[in-house]
Structure formats: structure tokens, C-alpha cells
Ligand binder design. Sequence first.
Ligand code: PLP
Length: 294
Amino acid sequence: MAPSYALLIDIAPADADRADFADTFTVIDPAQPALPVGELSAQRGDGVFESIGLIDGHAQEVTAHLERLAHSAELCDLPAPHLSQWRQAVAQVAAHAGAGEAVIKLVLSRGVEGGQSPTGWVTVAPATDFAASRADGIRVVTLDRGCPLDAPARAPWLLSGAKTLSYAVNMAALREAKRRGADDAIFTTSDGFVLEAPTASLILRRGDTFVTPAPTGGILHGTTQVSLFARLAAQGFAVAYEEVPASTLASADAAWLVSSVRLAAPIIDIDGLSLPLERELTASLNAYLLSGRD
Ligand code: PLP
């Protein structure tokens, strides 16, 4: 949905020695043009971003998102973000969101072609309503991403573990999933392993063990998955990062797509094969994800 409040950030170097960054933020009208046409974010998707869930004005897991922003920037050879500056920008936009669920988006772009500094901005917008997916589940299809599991190690310039602005492929996969009558997709490697969804991580339950594909396989390490694993481990469940063969997907006892704004959406069908919908467990996962998390 359209942002309701937006800030442009005058990017500070990561080692800037200051405590208050308020004067580096410019409030802009989110409905009006704000970026020069030479912006490399617009021309090439050359930048990184984060989407942070906001529940009744509380921004969830801000530190984890800022650390991943810094990691993505490093992978893309972008200047390191000053984390206090971005934290203060998040706090300012969070204060302008109303009650309910919303999403804060942080963007760090390489800036204007030929320019001297990166461009940054932060917005807040009402969240899409995911109530039906959380309660009734989603149908997914597997889609081949066309690279083997070891591609990220051999070709780090693919930027597999970075949350870059180049999501055209991810959006194309979602459209393909819809064409095939599904709600979402799960990417697989060309050698038959499971990766992630175009905008979410995958968690499987096998008995009392919760499993997710290892982030070494060139996927984004999801903050929601990390938060859920910490919670599940504290409750006494086993959690594991594994190389998951796609052929084992449909034999899971249960499965979810998880991400910062959708939270946990149970998967009820993979490539036409049914999976059990665990309503109570899913409700407890989502109750946790909706609680204030830092
Ligand atoms: N994987 C991809 C490709 C994503 O785009 C996202 C979120 O947008 C995730 C995983 C889940 O990440 P998070 O839980 O931090 O939202």
C-alpha cells in the first residue's frame, strides 16, 4: 500500500561521531516525486533495502534488520550505514504510523549516476492484510531458480544473500505461481534443493524438529525465521539448518512461509500435494510474532 509518511536521509558516514541525526532527515510528501531520474535504484535496482514489521507503533526486531542492511550493503560494496542514524529514522517514521499493522521500508541506493554519495530513504505504509493466509493457509508451487546449491560460493556476484532492490525475478516467480493456480512459490536449486520463497523464508516441521534451508545455500537469512527459531528452541523444540532436498518437501509434518509483514502463513499444498494445517501451532507462532519483539 502507498506510504503515509516518508523521510529522505542525508547519509552519514558509518564512523560519524554524533548522537542526534534529526537534522539529516527531510520529511517528504510520499505522493510527490522525490528522486532524480538518474537514481541508480530506479535505473538498475542498484541498492539494498529492508522491510520492518510495525505493530501498534512498535517496530519489530530493528537491530536484526539494521544488521542485515549493513550486511547487504557490504556484499554490494555500498558504504556502510551508520546504524544509529537509521535507527533514529525508523523511530521517527514509527511515531507517524497509526495503530494496527504497518511496514517500514528502508532503502539505501547507490545514488545518482556519477554522483558522490548514496541516497537513503525510509517510509511507513499500512500493511497488506494477511489474516486469511495466516488462518487458512496458502498453496505453493516449487520453481527452479536455475542455479545449483553451490552457485553462491562460486559466483558471489550473484549477491544471493543480500536484500537488493533487484526483485524483478522474485516478482516474476510470484506471477508464475499465480498462473499455476497457487498463492506463492518456493525456489529450488537446479540440483534439487529447497531455497526460499520470493519474499519469505521456509520453515518445515518434522516431528519435534523445525528445519529451514541453510542460508549458505544463497538465500536471504530471514529475521522472522531467526526470531521463531529462538522462540521454539526456548520452548524445548529442536531447530536445524539443513540442505533440504525438494523431494522431501511434501513429507513434512507441516510447513510455513515466514516473513516480517506476513508473519507465519501455513502451507496447505505443495505442487498439488496436501500438507496438514496446524491451526493451533500456527496461531501460537503468529501470537508470538505479533507480540512486541526487540
Ligand atoms: N527471503 C526473501 C527473498 C525475502 O524477500 C524475505 C523478506 O522479504 C525473506 C526471505 C524473509 O525475511 P524477513 O523474515 O527478515 O522478513
